[in-house]
Design a protein around this ligand. Structure first.
Ligand code: NAG
Ligand code: NAG
Ligand code: NAG
Ligand code: NAG
Ligand code: NAG
Length: 339
């Protein structure tokens, strides 16, 4: 019975130990992820196996002596294709990454800026595309940065200027463009760090940057922005004047219309007066009255008739003997009225 228990516990211990020894370190797991995105045509990475306990004996890998974390990856001239996996950011103790003279494409993953102890980054002579990671300024221990002879494009991130320990910088032979930031450590490198790019300019290349108008950009950005303001202001000024003139003209038009209307009304009133004056030029011919209307009456015949009807009514009320009064009127609009 005691022997049986001993055998059983021994088997249990053995399986537990073997399962423990099979577990690869987190850095080893990250390296296998890194490997999986590479095209290892020459089978250089055949020693990278997940059955290992530690990655420290793998080809091109070296570790920090005490904690088995990965300190460097050296795989230049290995005809490696594929892309750099973002898993590289999990190697938190990585100090050196040498992948120059391979056939890597794709972008430099921004996760690489998580490797805060990184001192040397060699990615020269690959087919890397995209921009330089904008957070590259986080790699405060970086001493050597060689990204030359790739297909990198875009601007040089100004955060590069924060890398106070940087001693060697080579961004030559890419498709980088824009102004080289003239700040921090970036001011200490000369033309040999930047030559052979698509459209870089700046003091380091002795090539003044040109504005879109073709003038050398002597003013810093903030000031050139300010310089652009007066033209904007003057256009605003012109717009303001235009609006003022147009509103004044509109106002004048309204005033003119009002005056015309008043003038028209007063003319109409005068005409009515004239009409009433005409009415008074009644001359008596015994018992027959002939009332003649003349002058320019601003009324149509139907309006006159209406007016006349009421006139007649009043005359009949006031002057009952007014029979035989004849009204004759020939209108401009060819209407004739007789009563
Ligand atoms: C790996 O590279 C070889 C030779 O360069 C190529 O023929 C193959 O298609 C590549 N494989 C992948 C998965 O990219
Ligand atoms: C960055 O590093 C920390 C530890 O230093 C880790 O927990 C995290 O997963 C890493 N991030 C990436 C994107 O690799
Ligand atoms: C870089 O640093 C900035 C500011 O310290 C931080 O916000 C950012 O997350 C960092 N990036 C990486 C990839 O660690
Ligand atoms: C920069 O890289 C280019 C191409 O890889 C090389 O020809 C040149 O000598 C390098 N310059 C420096 C200063 O290292
Ligand atoms: C780089 O600058 C040096 C002086 O600093 C100059 O002699 C050399 O001609 C320049 N090279 C190029 C390619 O502009």
């Amino acid at each position: 019975m005691g022997v049986l228990i001993w055998v059983f516990s021994a088997i249990l211990e053995a399986t537990l130990l073997s399962s423990l020894s099979l577990a690869l370190t987190p850095d080893g797991t990250a390296l296998l992820e890194f490997k999986s995105s590479l095209n290892d045509t020459k089978n250089i990475l055949s020693s990278w196996k997940d059955s290992d306990e530690s990655p420290c004996d793998w080809t091109g890998v070296s570790c920090n002596p005490h904690d088995q974390t990965v300190r460097s990856i050296n795989l230049p001239y290995m005809e490696l294709g594929g892309v750099i996996s973002p898993s590289i950011g999990k190697l938190s103790r990585l100090q050196r990454l040498s992948l120059h003279q391979n056939s890597l494409h794709g972008v430099i993953p921004n996760e690489i800026t998580n490797c805060s102890e990184l001192r040397a980054l060699f990615l020269r002579s690959n087919y890397l595309q995209g921009g330089i990671p904008s957070d590259i300024g986080n790699l405060s221990s970086l001493t050597i940065l060689d990204l030359s002879s790739n297909s990198l494009k875009g601007a040089i991130p100004s955060s590069l200027g924060r890398l106070t320990r940087l001693r060697s910088l080579n961004l030559s032979a890419n498709f980088l463009s824009g102004e080289i930031p003239d700040m921090g450590v970036l001011s200490t490198f000369g033309n040999e760090s930047f030559i052979g790019n698509l459209d870089l300019c700046g003091r380091q290349l002795n090539k003044p940057c040109r504005t879109s108008l073709g003038f050398p950009a002597v003013l810093p950005h903030a000031e050139s922005d300010e310089a652009a303001v007066p033209t904007k202001q003057s256009s605003h000024y012109i717009k303001g004047i235009l609006i003022a003139v147009m509103s004044i003209m509109g106002l004048l038009l309204i005033v003119l219309l009002v005056f015309l209307w008043i003038w028209f009304l007063s003319k109409k009133e005068k005409a009515v007066k004239k009409y009433t004056e005409v009415k008074k030029q009644v001359y008596q011919e015994n018992c027959t009255k002939l009332i003649t209307f003349h002058g320019d009456l601003p009324y149509s015949s139907s309006e006159i008739i209406e007016k006349l009807e009421s006139l007649l009514m009043r005359r009949m009320l006031w002057d009952p003997g007014g029979f035989g009064t004849v009204y004759r009127m020939v209108m401009n609009d060819c209407g004739t009225f007789r009563r």
